[in-house]
Design a protein around this ligand. Structure first.
Ligand SMILES: Cc1cc2nc3c(=O)[nH]c(=O)nc-3n(C[C@H](O)[C@H](O)[C@H](O)COP(=O)(O)OP(=O)(O)OC[C@H]3O[C@@H](n4cnc5c(N)ncnc54)[C@H](O)[C@@H]3O)c2cc1C
Length: 435
Protein backbone atom coordinates (compact mmCIF):
# COMPACT_ATOMS: atom_id res chain seq x y z
CA UNK A 1 0.00 0.00 0.00
CA UNK A 2 1.24 3.48 -0.78
CA UNK A 3 0.34 6.31 1.58
CA UNK A 4 1.15 9.91 0.75
CA UNK A 5 1.15 12.52 3.52
CA UNK A 6 0.85 16.11 2.31
CA UNK A 7 2.57 18.54 4.68
CA UNK A 8 5.40 18.13 7.18
CA UNK A 9 4.10 20.18 10.08
CA UNK A 10 3.51 18.51 13.44
CA UNK A 11 0.51 16.57 12.00
CA UNK A 12 2.33 15.22 8.96
CA UNK A 13 5.51 14.21 10.82
CA UNK A 14 3.57 12.61 13.69
CA UNK A 15 1.28 10.85 11.19
CA UNK A 16 4.31 9.32 9.50
CA UNK A 17 5.69 8.04 12.81
CA UNK A 18 2.30 6.77 14.06
CA UNK A 19 1.69 4.83 10.83
CA UNK A 20 5.19 3.35 10.96
CA UNK A 21 4.51 2.26 14.53
CA UNK A 22 0.99 0.88 14.26
CA UNK A 23 0.22 -0.34 10.74
CA UNK A 24 0.41 -4.13 10.51
CA UNK A 25 3.18 -5.28 8.19
CA UNK A 26 1.75 -6.74 4.98
CA UNK A 27 2.14 -10.50 4.59
CA UNK A 28 4.19 -10.27 1.35
CA UNK A 29 7.79 -9.09 1.14
CA UNK A 30 6.95 -5.45 0.39
CA UNK A 31 6.17 -3.19 3.30
CA UNK A 32 3.88 -0.17 3.08
CA UNK A 33 5.38 2.85 1.39
CA UNK A 34 4.77 6.07 3.30
CA UNK A 35 6.03 9.35 1.88
CA UNK A 36 5.70 12.91 3.18
CA UNK A 37 5.67 15.83 0.74
CA UNK A 38 6.41 19.32 2.02
CA UNK A 39 6.01 22.48 -0.07
CA UNK A 40 8.23 24.65 2.05
CA UNK A 41 11.98 24.21 2.19
CA UNK A 42 12.66 25.81 5.56
CA UNK A 43 16.41 25.39 5.13
CA UNK A 44 16.33 27.51 2.00
CA UNK A 45 14.05 30.30 3.16
CA UNK A 46 12.94 31.04 6.67
CA UNK A 47 12.53 34.78 6.73
CA UNK A 48 10.14 37.04 4.85
CA UNK A 49 13.01 38.79 3.02
CA UNK A 50 14.26 35.58 1.37
CA UNK A 51 10.90 34.02 0.68
CA UNK A 52 9.51 33.54 -2.82
CA UNK A 53 5.94 34.60 -3.51
CA UNK A 54 3.41 32.03 -2.37
CA UNK A 55 0.27 31.69 -0.36
CA UNK A 56 1.50 29.15 2.22
CA UNK A 57 2.41 31.69 4.85
CA UNK A 58 0.98 35.03 3.84
CA UNK A 59 2.31 37.31 6.53
CA UNK A 60 4.59 35.55 8.97
CA UNK A 61 7.97 37.19 9.33
CA UNK A 62 9.64 33.89 10.09
CA UNK A 63 8.55 30.34 9.31
CA UNK A 64 8.27 28.19 12.42
CA UNK A 65 7.74 29.22 16.00
CA UNK A 66 7.23 28.13 19.58
CA UNK A 67 4.36 25.90 20.58
CA UNK A 68 2.86 25.17 23.95
CA UNK A 69 2.14 21.45 23.97
CA UNK A 70 -0.41 20.50 26.59
CA UNK A 71 -0.38 17.33 28.70
CA UNK A 72 -2.66 15.46 26.28
CA UNK A 73 -0.23 16.15 23.44
CA UNK A 74 2.83 15.27 25.52
CA UNK A 75 1.33 11.90 26.47
CA UNK A 76 0.83 11.11 22.78
CA UNK A 77 4.50 11.89 22.06
CA UNK A 78 5.43 9.68 24.99
CA UNK A 79 3.34 6.76 23.70
CA UNK A 80 4.87 7.27 20.27
CA UNK A 81 8.46 7.21 21.47
CA UNK A 82 9.82 8.10 24.88
CA UNK A 83 13.03 9.49 23.41
CA UNK A 84 11.03 11.79 21.11
CA UNK A 85 9.26 13.19 24.15
CA UNK A 86 12.60 13.77 25.86
CA UNK A 87 13.92 15.59 22.77
CA UNK A 88 10.88 17.82 22.70
CA UNK A 89 11.07 18.56 26.40
CA UNK A 90 14.81 19.27 26.20
CA UNK A 91 14.07 21.81 23.47
CA UNK A 92 11.58 23.69 25.64
CA UNK A 93 10.55 24.50 29.20
CA UNK A 94 7.93 22.79 31.35
CA UNK A 95 5.36 25.05 33.01
CA UNK A 96 2.89 24.07 35.70
CA UNK A 97 1.00 27.28 36.40
CA UNK A 98 -0.90 29.66 34.14
CA UNK A 99 -1.18 33.13 35.63
CA UNK A 100 -3.87 35.49 34.35
CA UNK A 101 -3.25 39.13 35.24
CA UNK A 102 -4.79 42.50 34.49
CA UNK A 103 -2.80 45.29 32.84
CA UNK A 104 -2.89 47.05 36.24
CA UNK A 105 -0.69 44.34 37.67
CA UNK A 106 -3.19 42.38 39.76
CA UNK A 107 -3.24 38.60 39.62
CA UNK A 108 -6.77 37.60 38.55
CA UNK A 109 -6.35 33.86 38.59
CA UNK A 110 -3.61 31.24 38.78
CA UNK A 111 -4.43 27.88 37.27
CA UNK A 112 -2.44 24.86 38.29
CA UNK A 113 -4.09 21.97 36.48
CA UNK A 114 -1.17 19.76 37.44
CA UNK A 115 -0.34 21.12 40.87
CA UNK A 116 2.59 18.77 41.16
CA UNK A 117 3.20 17.12 37.83
CA UNK A 118 2.80 13.35 38.04
CA UNK A 119 3.40 10.47 35.69
CA UNK A 120 -0.24 10.72 34.57
CA UNK A 121 -0.32 14.43 34.26
CA UNK A 122 2.80 16.17 32.99
CA UNK A 123 2.66 19.98 32.88
CA UNK A 124 2.57 21.94 29.67
CA UNK A 125 5.77 22.22 27.67
CA UNK A 126 6.74 25.31 25.77
CA UNK A 127 8.54 23.80 22.83
CA UNK A 128 10.63 25.28 20.04
CA UNK A 129 10.31 22.56 17.45
CA UNK A 130 13.08 21.04 15.44
CA UNK A 131 12.54 18.57 12.62
CA UNK A 132 11.41 14.98 12.59
CA UNK A 133 10.79 12.37 9.91
CA UNK A 134 12.13 12.10 6.41
CA UNK A 135 10.67 14.73 4.13
CA UNK A 136 10.57 15.28 0.37
CA UNK A 137 10.21 18.86 -0.76
CA UNK A 138 7.57 19.46 -3.41
CA UNK A 139 5.64 22.30 -4.98
CA UNK A 140 2.18 23.02 -3.55
CA UNK A 141 0.73 20.91 -6.34
CA UNK A 142 2.58 17.66 -6.90
CA UNK A 143 4.21 17.78 -10.31
CA UNK A 144 4.52 15.17 -11.75
CA UNK A 145 1.38 13.70 -10.16
CA UNK A 146 1.86 10.90 -7.65
CA UNK A 147 -0.43 7.88 -7.30
CA UNK A 148 -1.34 6.54 -3.88
CA UNK A 149 -3.90 4.28 -2.17
CA UNK A 150 -4.40 6.78 0.63
CA UNK A 151 -3.69 10.51 0.80
CA UNK A 152 -3.50 12.14 4.22
CA UNK A 153 -3.95 15.89 4.05
CA UNK A 154 -1.80 17.37 6.83
CA UNK A 155 -1.27 20.59 4.90
CA UNK A 156 -2.57 23.12 7.37
CA UNK A 157 -5.18 25.85 7.29
CA UNK A 158 -4.66 26.55 3.56
CA UNK A 159 -5.06 22.88 2.71
CA UNK A 160 -4.99 21.89 -0.93
CA UNK A 161 -5.91 18.29 -0.02
CA UNK A 162 -9.21 19.60 1.40
CA UNK A 163 -10.29 20.60 -2.12
CA UNK A 164 -10.42 16.90 -3.07
CA UNK A 165 -13.30 16.46 -0.62
CA UNK A 166 -15.47 18.87 -2.56
CA UNK A 167 -14.77 18.04 -6.23
CA UNK A 168 -17.85 19.85 -7.52
CA UNK A 169 -17.00 23.17 -5.91
CA UNK A 170 -15.27 25.68 -8.16
CA UNK A 171 -13.91 27.56 -5.14
CA UNK A 172 -12.89 26.42 -1.66
CA UNK A 173 -16.27 26.16 0.13
CA UNK A 174 -14.54 26.45 3.55
CA UNK A 175 -11.80 29.02 2.95
CA UNK A 176 -9.44 30.14 5.70
CA UNK A 177 -10.71 33.13 7.59
CA UNK A 178 -8.56 35.96 8.98
CA UNK A 179 -9.75 36.57 12.56
CA UNK A 180 -8.70 40.24 12.68
CA UNK A 181 -6.01 39.45 15.27
CA UNK A 182 -2.26 39.48 14.89
CA UNK A 183 0.36 38.09 17.22
CA UNK A 184 3.90 39.43 17.39
CA UNK A 185 6.66 37.92 19.44
CA UNK A 186 10.33 37.40 20.12
CA UNK A 187 12.86 36.54 22.78
CA UNK A 188 14.90 38.47 25.32
CA UNK A 189 17.69 37.29 27.64
CA UNK A 190 16.09 35.67 30.70
CA UNK A 191 18.67 37.36 32.94
CA UNK A 192 16.82 40.67 32.41
CA UNK A 193 13.60 39.37 33.99
CA UNK A 194 14.57 36.40 36.16
CA UNK A 195 13.78 38.24 39.38
CA UNK A 196 10.22 39.17 38.30
CA UNK A 197 9.02 36.02 36.49
CA UNK A 198 7.87 32.99 38.48
CA UNK A 199 9.70 29.76 37.70
CA UNK A 200 7.48 27.24 35.86
CA UNK A 201 4.86 29.78 34.85
CA UNK A 202 3.24 31.01 31.67
CA UNK A 203 1.77 34.48 32.08
CA UNK A 204 -1.24 35.99 30.28
CA UNK A 205 -1.86 39.71 30.81
CA UNK A 206 -5.11 41.21 29.58
CA UNK A 207 -5.97 44.84 28.88
CA UNK A 208 -8.68 46.68 26.95
CA UNK A 209 -6.39 47.30 23.95
CA UNK A 210 -4.59 44.01 23.58
CA UNK A 211 -2.88 41.14 25.29
CA UNK A 212 0.66 40.28 26.37
CA UNK A 213 2.20 36.93 27.37
CA UNK A 214 5.59 35.58 28.37
CA UNK A 215 7.32 32.41 29.57
CA UNK A 216 10.84 31.08 29.97
CA UNK A 217 11.61 29.21 26.78
CA UNK A 218 14.36 26.84 27.91
CA UNK A 219 15.74 25.10 30.98
CA UNK A 220 19.15 25.78 32.47
CA UNK A 221 21.85 23.73 30.70
CA UNK A 222 22.87 22.13 33.98
CA UNK A 223 19.31 21.37 35.19
CA UNK A 224 19.44 17.66 36.03
CA UNK A 225 15.92 16.89 34.78
CA UNK A 226 15.76 19.10 31.72
CA UNK A 227 14.48 16.28 29.49
CA UNK A 228 11.82 15.14 31.95
CA UNK A 229 8.31 16.52 31.42
CA UNK A 230 7.53 15.95 35.10
CA UNK A 231 10.01 18.45 36.56
CA UNK A 232 9.94 22.20 36.71
CA UNK A 233 13.55 23.24 36.10
CA UNK A 234 15.50 26.37 36.73
CA UNK A 235 15.07 28.53 33.64
CA UNK A 236 17.80 28.87 31.03
CA UNK A 237 18.98 31.98 29.23
CA UNK A 238 15.91 32.92 27.19
CA UNK A 239 12.43 34.31 27.80
CA UNK A 240 9.81 34.26 25.02
CA UNK A 241 7.14 36.92 24.79
CA UNK A 242 4.18 37.48 22.52
CA UNK A 243 1.46 40.04 22.17
CA UNK A 244 -1.86 39.82 20.36
CA UNK A 245 -3.86 42.79 19.15
CA UNK A 246 -6.73 43.62 16.85
CA UNK A 247 -6.04 44.85 13.32
CA UNK A 248 -8.71 44.91 10.66
CA UNK A 249 -6.63 44.14 7.54
CA UNK A 250 -4.33 41.14 7.53
CA UNK A 251 -0.78 42.53 7.30
CA UNK A 252 1.21 41.67 4.22
CA UNK A 253 4.77 40.54 5.00
CA UNK A 254 6.09 42.50 2.02
CA UNK A 255 5.03 45.83 3.53
CA UNK A 256 5.61 45.28 7.24
CA UNK A 257 7.68 47.98 8.89
CA UNK A 258 9.18 46.17 11.91
CA UNK A 259 10.34 49.40 13.53
CA UNK A 260 6.81 50.81 13.32
CA UNK A 261 5.30 47.59 14.74
CA UNK A 262 7.78 47.84 17.66
CA UNK A 263 6.92 51.49 18.34
CA UNK A 264 3.19 50.76 18.26
CA UNK A 265 3.66 47.84 20.60
CA UNK A 266 5.63 49.94 23.07
CA UNK A 267 2.93 52.63 22.93
CA UNK A 268 0.11 50.12 23.36
CA UNK A 269 1.57 48.68 26.54
CA UNK A 270 3.40 51.68 27.96
CA UNK A 271 1.04 52.15 30.92
CA UNK A 272 0.84 48.47 31.82
CA UNK A 273 2.09 47.84 35.35
CA UNK A 274 3.53 44.33 34.98
CA UNK A 275 7.28 44.71 35.66
CA UNK A 276 8.27 41.93 33.22
CA UNK A 277 6.34 43.62 30.39
CA UNK A 278 8.10 46.92 31.06
CA UNK A 279 11.50 45.20 30.96
CA UNK A 280 10.59 43.36 27.74
CA UNK A 281 9.36 46.58 26.10
CA UNK A 282 12.69 48.22 26.93
CA UNK A 283 14.74 45.72 24.96
CA UNK A 284 12.45 44.00 22.50
CA UNK A 285 12.86 43.40 18.84
CA UNK A 286 9.85 42.10 16.91
CA UNK A 287 11.06 38.88 15.28
CA UNK A 288 7.85 37.05 14.54
CA UNK A 289 4.43 38.13 13.32
CA UNK A 290 1.52 35.74 13.00
CA UNK A 291 -1.93 36.75 11.78
CA UNK A 292 -4.62 34.44 13.17
CA UNK A 293 -6.24 32.31 10.48
CA UNK A 294 -8.92 29.77 11.25
CA UNK A 295 -11.37 27.80 9.14
CA UNK A 296 -15.08 27.20 9.57
CA UNK A 297 -16.01 23.66 10.69
CA UNK A 298 -15.87 21.34 7.67
CA UNK A 299 -18.75 18.83 7.52
CA UNK A 300 -16.55 15.94 6.43
CA UNK A 301 -12.84 15.19 6.76
CA UNK A 302 -12.83 12.34 4.24
CA UNK A 303 -13.66 11.39 0.69
CA UNK A 304 -12.54 8.53 -1.55
CA UNK A 305 -9.20 7.79 0.09
CA UNK A 306 -8.34 11.35 1.13
CA UNK A 307 -8.43 12.01 4.89
CA UNK A 308 -7.61 15.30 6.64
CA UNK A 309 -5.80 15.73 9.96
CA UNK A 310 -4.68 18.68 12.08
CA UNK A 311 -5.22 22.25 10.90
CA UNK A 312 -6.29 21.03 7.45
CA UNK A 313 -9.37 19.56 9.14
CA UNK A 314 -9.87 22.14 11.90
CA UNK A 315 -7.75 25.25 12.37
CA UNK A 316 -8.38 26.28 15.98
CA UNK A 317 -7.56 29.81 17.17
CA UNK A 318 -4.17 29.97 18.96
CA UNK A 319 -6.09 30.94 22.12
CA UNK A 320 -7.15 27.30 22.47
CA UNK A 321 -3.53 26.34 23.21
CA UNK A 322 -4.61 23.00 21.73
CA UNK A 323 -3.88 23.19 17.98
CA UNK A 324 -0.86 20.87 18.07
CA UNK A 325 -2.28 18.59 20.75
CA UNK A 326 -5.53 18.12 18.81
CA UNK A 327 -3.45 17.41 15.70
CA UNK A 328 -1.57 14.74 17.66
CA UNK A 329 -4.85 13.26 18.90
CA UNK A 330 -6.11 13.13 15.28
CA UNK A 331 -3.09 11.25 14.03
CA UNK A 332 -2.94 8.78 16.90
CA UNK A 333 -6.66 8.03 16.54
CA UNK A 334 -6.45 7.66 12.77
CA UNK A 335 -3.38 5.39 12.90
CA UNK A 336 -4.94 3.12 15.53
CA UNK A 337 -8.26 2.86 13.69
CA UNK A 338 -6.62 2.24 10.31
CA UNK A 339 -4.38 -0.43 11.85
CA UNK A 340 -7.38 -2.14 13.42
CA UNK A 341 -9.29 -2.30 10.13
CA UNK A 342 -6.25 -3.41 8.15
CA UNK A 343 -5.63 -6.23 10.64
CA UNK A 344 -9.27 -7.32 10.31
CA UNK A 345 -9.16 -7.24 6.54
CA UNK A 346 -8.35 -10.72 5.34
CA UNK A 347 -8.10 -9.81 1.67
CA UNK A 348 -5.95 -6.74 1.20
CA UNK A 349 -6.17 -6.56 -2.56
CA UNK A 350 -6.10 -2.92 -3.68
CA UNK A 351 -9.87 -2.97 -4.29
CA UNK A 352 -10.63 -3.70 -0.63
CA UNK A 353 -8.60 -0.77 0.71
CA UNK A 354 -11.46 1.54 -0.22
CA UNK A 355 -13.81 -0.24 2.23
CA UNK A 356 -11.13 -0.16 4.92
CA UNK A 357 -10.54 3.58 4.48
CA UNK A 358 -14.25 4.37 4.45
CA UNK A 359 -14.94 2.45 7.66
CA UNK A 360 -11.84 3.84 9.38
CA UNK A 361 -12.58 7.44 8.35
CA UNK A 362 -16.17 7.16 9.64
CA UNK A 363 -15.01 6.09 13.10
CA UNK A 364 -12.19 8.64 13.08
CA UNK A 365 -14.66 11.49 12.44
CA UNK A 366 -17.13 10.10 14.98
CA UNK A 367 -14.44 10.44 17.66
CA UNK A 368 -12.72 13.61 16.58
CA UNK A 369 -15.35 16.01 15.22
CA UNK A 370 -17.47 16.50 18.39
CA UNK A 371 -14.36 16.73 20.59
CA UNK A 372 -12.68 19.40 18.46
CA UNK A 373 -15.91 21.33 18.12
CA UNK A 374 -16.19 21.73 21.94
CA UNK A 375 -12.61 23.02 22.09
CA UNK A 376 -13.29 25.47 19.26
CA UNK A 377 -16.25 26.95 21.09
CA UNK A 378 -14.23 27.58 24.28
CA UNK A 379 -11.33 29.04 22.26
CA UNK A 380 -13.60 31.52 20.48
CA UNK A 381 -14.79 32.86 23.87
CA UNK A 382 -11.16 33.23 25.01
CA UNK A 383 -10.07 34.88 21.80
CA UNK A 384 -12.56 37.72 22.28
CA UNK A 385 -10.68 38.75 25.45
CA UNK A 386 -7.79 39.82 23.17
CA UNK A 387 -9.86 42.23 21.09
CA UNK A 388 -10.27 45.95 21.63
CA UNK A 389 -12.96 46.68 24.22
CA UNK A 390 -14.45 49.60 26.09
CA UNK A 391 -13.46 50.39 29.71
CA UNK A 392 -16.71 48.88 31.02
CA UNK A 393 -16.18 45.66 29.10
CA UNK A 394 -12.54 45.56 30.20
CA UNK A 395 -13.43 45.78 33.90
CA UNK A 396 -16.25 43.26 33.45
CA UNK A 397 -13.62 40.89 32.04
CA UNK A 398 -11.31 41.46 35.05
CA UNK A 399 -14.27 40.97 37.42
CA UNK A 400 -15.23 37.75 35.71
CA UNK A 401 -11.68 36.34 35.76
CA UNK A 402 -11.21 37.38 39.41
CA UNK A 403 -14.51 35.76 40.40
CA UNK A 404 -13.64 32.55 38.60
CA UNK A 405 -10.23 32.76 40.30
CA UNK A 406 -11.98 32.28 43.68
CA UNK A 407 -13.40 29.00 42.37
CA UNK A 408 -10.50 27.63 40.32
CA UNK A 409 -12.18 24.25 40.06
CA UNK A 410 -14.67 25.88 37.64
CA UNK A 411 -11.83 26.48 35.20
CA UNK A 412 -9.69 23.48 35.98
CA UNK A 413 -12.62 21.10 35.48
CA UNK A 414 -13.04 22.39 31.92
CA UNK A 415 -9.30 22.38 31.32
CA UNK A 416 -8.90 18.91 32.77
CA UNK A 417 -11.61 17.50 30.50
CA UNK A 418 -9.31 18.49 27.62
CA UNK A 419 -5.82 17.78 28.96
CA UNK A 420 -6.70 14.54 30.74
CA UNK A 421 -8.67 13.18 27.79
CA UNK A 422 -7.13 9.96 26.49
CA UNK A 423 -7.86 9.42 22.83
CA UNK A 424 -6.66 5.79 23.01
CA UNK A 425 -9.49 4.91 25.43
CA UNK A 426 -11.99 6.61 23.16
CA UNK A 427 -10.69 4.71 20.13
CA UNK A 428 -10.92 1.39 22.03
CA UNK A 429 -14.54 2.18 22.99
CA UNK A 430 -15.58 2.99 19.41
CA UNK A 431 -13.78 -0.02 17.96
CA UNK A 432 -15.39 -2.34 20.52
CA UNK A 433 -18.82 -0.95 19.58
CA UNK A 434 -18.14 -1.58 15.89
CA UNK A 435 -16.88 -5.18 16.23
C1 LIG B 1 0.39 32.41 16.37
C2 LIG B 1 0.03 30.99 16.64
C3 LIG B 1 0.29 30.46 17.89
C4 LIG B 1 -0.04 29.15 18.18
N1 LIG B 1 0.22 28.65 19.42
C5 LIG B 1 -0.06 27.37 19.68
C6 LIG B 1 0.28 26.81 20.95
O1 LIG B 1 0.86 27.46 21.81
N2 LIG B 1 -0.04 25.52 21.18
C7 LIG B 1 -0.65 24.76 20.23
O2 LIG B 1 -0.91 23.57 20.49
N3 LIG B 1 -0.99 25.26 19.02
C8 LIG B 1 -0.70 26.54 18.73
N4 LIG B 1 -1.01 27.05 17.50
C9 LIG B 1 -1.65 26.18 16.51
C10 LIG B 1 -0.63 25.24 15.92
O3 LIG B 1 0.47 25.97 15.41
C11 LIG B 1 -1.27 24.43 14.79
O4 LIG B 1 -2.48 23.87 15.24
C12 LIG B 1 -0.37 23.32 14.34
O5 LIG B 1 0.90 23.82 13.99
C13 LIG B 1 -1.01 22.60 13.14
O6 LIG B 1 -0.10 21.69 12.64
P1 LIG B 1 -0.36 21.07 11.20
O7 LIG B 1 0.79 20.15 11.00
O8 LIG B 1 -1.73 20.52 11.13
O9 LIG B 1 -0.31 22.28 10.20
P2 LIG B 1 0.92 23.22 9.81
O10 LIG B 1 1.85 23.43 10.94
O11 LIG B 1 0.34 24.41 9.15
O12 LIG B 1 1.71 22.36 8.72
C14 LIG B 1 1.24 22.20 7.42
C15 LIG B 1 2.44 21.98 6.52
O13 LIG B 1 1.98 21.65 5.21
C16 LIG B 1 2.76 22.35 4.24
N5 LIG B 1 1.95 22.48 3.04
C17 LIG B 1 0.90 23.30 2.83
N6 LIG B 1 0.39 23.09 1.61
C18 LIG B 1 1.13 22.10 1.05
C19 LIG B 1 1.07 21.43 -0.20
N7 LIG B 1 0.13 21.72 -1.10
N8 LIG B 1 1.99 20.49 -0.48
C20 LIG B 1 2.94 20.14 0.44
N9 LIG B 1 3.03 20.76 1.64
C21 LIG B 1 2.12 21.71 1.95
C22 LIG B 1 3.07 23.68 4.92
O14 LIG B 1 4.21 24.30 4.35
C23 LIG B 1 3.31 23.22 6.37
O15 LIG B 1 4.64 22.87 6.60
C24 LIG B 1 -0.68 28.36 17.19
C25 LIG B 1 -0.94 28.89 15.92
C26 LIG B 1 -0.58 30.20 15.64
C27 LIG B 1 -0.86 30.76 14.27
Amino acid sequence: MKIVIIGAGISGCAMYLELQKHLPKPSGAESHEIVIYEAYNTEADTTADQRPEGPTHSATLLVGGGLGIAANGLRILQRLDDSLLQDVVRGGYAVSSSNMKSKNGSLLMSLKPSVSPTADSPPMNMWLPDRMGEIRYSSRTLVPPVEADLVIGADGVRSTAKRALFPDATEDPYPPHYEGLVGVGGFIPASEVKDVVEKGSVNFIFGGNGFFGYFFSNSADDAPNRDSPYHICDPGDSLAWWSTYEIEECPDHKNIDKADVTTQLQKRHEGWKDPAIQKILGSLEVERMYPTWTSAPIPTWERDGVILVGDAAHALPPSSGQGSSQALEDVEALALILAHHLRNEVETSSGSYKTVFKAAAGQYMEIRQPHVSKILQAAQENQNKKREMGVFQEYMMYGFLKLVGFFPSLMTTRLRSVVEYNVVDHVAEILAKGD
